[in-house]
Write a protein that binds this ligand. Structure first.
Ligand code: AMP
Length: 397
């Protein structure tokens, strides 16, 4: 079912409530990564160009329903004004008579940014009164906050009941195209690389992608639960013995569906890992079993070559989750090698949000991938095949 986008409607002269994801990292009140602001610009510029009255809303951090200056969106308004080259009026609240009065002063093509919607508990509760108070400011709704589209909150879903039309912006449109259409009807071969900490967190994604992919590659600590399922030993590595049966079922399903399922053939294992200090003690590569006393922290060179060869033949590659404890320098080679391999691949490369996007950026290859998702949890839930409330609330074509 196709969702209406801002290209399907004319919002000239309308007051438009635009939910963005301006949940940017702040260091001493300064924006340390502006990717989310940059990602929101095309939608804002389109609306301004059309002569809409643009009312921007977002959350920032977890203020838990209370006003907290630390989580103010004021720095975002300043940054937006610079990037857009036009004033962005910051309003120090998001509902109420004063906000309504400010909005009433707007002319066509003007932009305001409301204060953090999570300063009100009603936001995360999707409280109908709070949603109605937000919606009172506007005529139409544009949702472009993919990062929170998996949450049914007042500003991501609740407002839609009061506004019309309800459409998505360019960012959500692009996310749905890459994470949805391009993985549902992929150019084949379609190779998926999944990593990260827990099988229990990713099993639904594995299950859903087993229906679509030609090859699934597993790395990260998740691979150790699969290694246990195959009867190997993993020493002190992070694993989930309670999910061995789940891993076995996934391996079985892969066999039935003819999906190639690749696990690491060698691993870097260490002793005395100190995550806080970012250090490891003795380190060694092991093929197959990891002995007692050793903790697997990354994939080894043979696995890197194996995974590289697979990616080289793929026409579509989707990656989610690091291959090891990439936060520690001594354990980041597998993750960075995969990042480089994917960036250099000829096919369509889709990075499914969260740590993988962080790793791609750290490795310096972000401009070489086809698409990087702006959503962590949202991309995973969407890849699992779940309906995202922030998308379900929008008008269908
Ligand atoms: P996730 O949120 O499931 O994608 O997991 C990401 C986390 O998995 C990162 O913080 C990694 O440090 C962690 N991780 C990846 N590989 C390992 C490993 N071999 N042992 C422990 N943690 C790992």
């Amino acid at each position: 079912m196709a969702i209406k986008t801002i290209k399907d409607v004319n919002l000239a002269g309308k007051r438009v409530f635009v939910r963005c994801d301006f949940n940017v990292p702040l260091t001493d009140g300064m924006i340390s990564d502006d990717s989310r602001i940059v990602a929101a610009l095309p939608t804002i510029q389109h609306l301004v160009g059309q002569g809409a009255r643009v009312i921007l809303a977002s959350h920032l951090g977890r203020p838990k329903g209370e006003r907290n200056a630390k989580y103010s969106l004021a720095p975002v308004a300043e940054d937006l004004a610079t990037k857009l080259g036009q004033p962005v009026t910051f309003i120090e609240d998001c509902i109420g008579a004063e906000v309504e009065a400010e909005v009433a002063k707007m002319g066509d093509g003007d932009i305001v940014l409301l204060e953090n919607v999570r300063f009100y508990a009603g936001e995360e509760k999707n409280d109908s009164e709070f949603a109605a108070a937000l919606a009172k400011l506007a005529d139409a709704f544009v949702n472009d906050a993919f990062g929170t589209a998996h949450r049914a909150h007042a500003s991501t879903a609740g407002v839609a009941a009061h506004l019309s039309p309800n459409v998505c912006g360019f960012l959500i449109e692009k996310e749905l195209a890459y994470l949805g259409d391009k993985t549902a009807n992929p150019e084949r071969p379609f190779t998926v690389i999944l990593g990260g900490a827990k099988v229990s967190d990713k099993i639904k994604v594995i299950d859903a992608l087993l229906e679509k992919a030609d090859t699934i590659i597993i790395g990260g600590a998740m691979a150790y639960t699969f290694a246990l399922a195959e009867g190997r030993t993993v020493g002190e590595s992070l694993s989930e013995p309670d999910f061995i049966a789940t891993a076995k079922a996934a391996l079985q399903k892969a066999q039935e569906k003819g999906v190639k399922f690749l696990l690491p053939v060698d691993n870097l294992a260490v002793k005395d890992l100190d995550f806080g200090a970012g250090t490891v003690g003795e380190a060694q590569f092991f093929e197959g079993n990891i002995p007692d006393g050793w903790e697997g922290v990354d994939i080894g060179p043979k696995s890197i070559e194996l995974f590289k060869a697979e990616v080289a033949t793929a026409k579509t590659v989707l990656w989610n989750g690091p291959m090891g404890i990439f936060e520690i320098d001594a354990c980041n080679q597998g993750t960075f090698a995969v990042a480089k391999t994917i960036a250099e691949s000829e096919g369509i490369s889709i990075i499914g949000g969260g740590d993988s996007v962080k790793a791609i950026k750290m490795s310096g290859y972000s401009d070489k991938v086809t698409f990087m998702s702006t959503g962590g949890g949202a991309s995973l839930e969407f890849l699992e095949g779940k309906d995202l409330p922030g998308v379900a609330a929008l008008d269908q074509i």
